[in-house]
Design a protein around this ligand. Structure first.
Ligand code: FAD
Length: 438
């Protein structure tokens, strides 16, 4: 590229900060980025605030962080590859340590002065441009500051780093209007005390569902964890019951489970994940189909084949997010610098279709098509090979697999007379030397 490229970054969470850090390290090819952040702080998910609902300006509170959350990945595989966490921190940290880490990352790479805080991106649209070598696309970014000023700026590339843990996904439950208790989503959960001694049915047993169930049980809530997975190993003294999925609400307000049993509850807490949401885009203009839990086609889970200068960072799930962002950003910058020659639009579309088909053939449901889990490591190696950067160290893959295995393993059937107790993963050692389970 003859002149330095101008890049817009939407969001100052970990993905946006990572994008900014790498753009700022290549100032021979790029202008310093403009980072738009709708809130008054950086950190995205990791900035804890007690408030739920909406800000004064009407925009929804972004973070779904709850007060006592500890990370579900150890710091060794949470860190950006070139910026370790403080040695003194435990492997599974309180969320505030991650926020501090991101603030230090920002200082180290002098990112903050490029962030436009309190500025929401309202629209991003491609604009065709004639150049000497043919057609090209630039991007018009329309933003609005808290004080109401609207501004339009033009960029060569846009990094979409707006996160996908802010728009609650609420699966429809027939008869839900009959439920007499309180209904909420984990997005609006902050701490367990208001639920003390209440009966709570928690829907969904991924990380948040399990974690929040344990928090609730510790304040003597009677918890039923409702899910479709094999029985999960939970600390026995807490008395959390597990049940099949809730399939409906009866006219008297009781919840009915898939196995036909029913229960009354004070609270129905959805831990059912989040929708993708890009309110500033018209997906069909980019040839994209955006559904609640799926976005396609994105070549290498990153770019729409027809518009290879807009990058969706971090839409995959069950990954090591910071490592993932780092690889995707390096690959995207290699594309912009011209050191990666992309296949034709048609070839990229076909490759995405083949990958979707391969997964569907093995029975993967649509809502899980973006889950990478163990496949993430081959993905990083592939991005690194094509983008010519060093892939994550293989030891990180081993560590991730151990952690996932310890999270996922269901209760194992053992001869009862031996009295072997089973517990969830050890997540830390307390000051008095006792082991703490999940
Ligand atoms: P976010 O952190 O969501 O940041 C997005 C940013 O974009 C926000 O600051 C938002 O304000 C801004 N934004 C959005 N829309 C606009 C707009 N239109 N204009 C301007 N700005 C905008 N990951 C781990 O690695 N380990 C964990 O233990 C872990 N635990 C988690 C627990 C919970 C409860 C949740 C919800 C997530 C957890 N994650 C964990 C995943 C976590 O979300 C990622 O680590 C990471 O924060 C995602 O970064 P992001 O930058 O993509 O998105």
């Amino acid at each position: 590229m003859e002149r330095r490229a101008r890049v817009a970054v939407i969001g100052a969470g970990p993905a946006g900060l990572c994008a900014a850090r790498h753009i700022l390290s290549r100032l021979e090819a790029f202008d310093p980025p403009v980072i738009y952040e709708m809130t008054d702080h950086l950190g995205g998910t990791w900035y804890y605030e007690e408030r739920v609902g909406k800000y004064e300006n009407g925009y929804p509170v972004q973070s779904s962080m709850y007060r006592d959350l500890r990370t579900n990945l150890p710091k060794e595989i949470m860190m950006f590859p070139d910026f370790p966490f403080d040695d003194r921190l435990p492997s599974f940290m309180h969320h505030s340590s991650v926020q501090q880490y991101l603030e230090k990352y920002c200082q180290r790479y002098d990112i903050a002065r490029h962030i436009k805080f309190n500025t929401v991106v309202e629209k991003v649209k491609p604009v065709s441009m004639e150049t000497e070598t043919g057609g090209a696309v630039t991007w018009e970014v329309i933003s609005r500051s808290t004080c109401g000023d609207q501004k339009t700026q033009t960029f060569d590339s846009v990094f979409i780093c707006n996160g996908h843990y802010s728009d609650p996904h609420l699966p429809y439950i027939p008869g839900i209007e009959h439920f007499k208790g309180k209904v909420l989503h984990s997005h609006a959960y902050r701490y367990p005390e208001p639920f003390a001694n209440k009966s709570v049915v928690v829907l969904g047993a991924r990380a948040s569902g399990v974690d929040i169930s344990i928090e609730l049980a510790k304040v003597n809530a009677q918890v039923i964890l409702s899910h479709n997975r094999p029985t999960i190993s939970l600390p026995p003294p807490l008395g959390i019951r597990q049940a099949s999925a809730v399939v409906g609400v009866l006219e008297d307000g009781s919840l009915q489970f898939q196995d036909g049993s029913v229960t009354q509850a004070d609270v129905l807490l959805f831990c059912t994940g989040y929708n993708f949401n890009f309110p500033f885009l018209c997906p069909s203009d980019l040839g994209l189909d955006v559904q609640d839990l799926f976005v396609t086609p994105l070549y290498k889970y990153l770019l729409p084949p027809g518009f290879p200068s807009i990058f969706f960072i971090g839409i995959c799930k069950i990954i090591c997010p910071f490592i993932h962002f780092d690889c995707q950003v390096k690959f995207a910058l290699a594309v912009l610098e011209g050191s990666v020659e992309l296949p034709t639009q048609e070839e990229m579309e076909k490759e995405v279709q083949r990958e979707v088909q391969r997964k569907q053939d093995t029975g993967v449901q649509m809502k899980h098509l973006l889950n990478l889990e163990n496949d993430q490591w081959d993905y990083y190696v592939d991005l690194a090979r094509v983008g010519r950067f060093t892939p994550p160290q293989p030891v990180l893959e081993s560590l991730f697999k151990e952690v996932i295995l310890s999270h996922n393993r269901p209760t194992i059937s053992l001869p009862p007379p031996l009295g072997i107790r089973q517990a969830s993963a050890v997540v830390g050692v307390l000051e008095d030397g006792s082991l703490q389970f999940q």
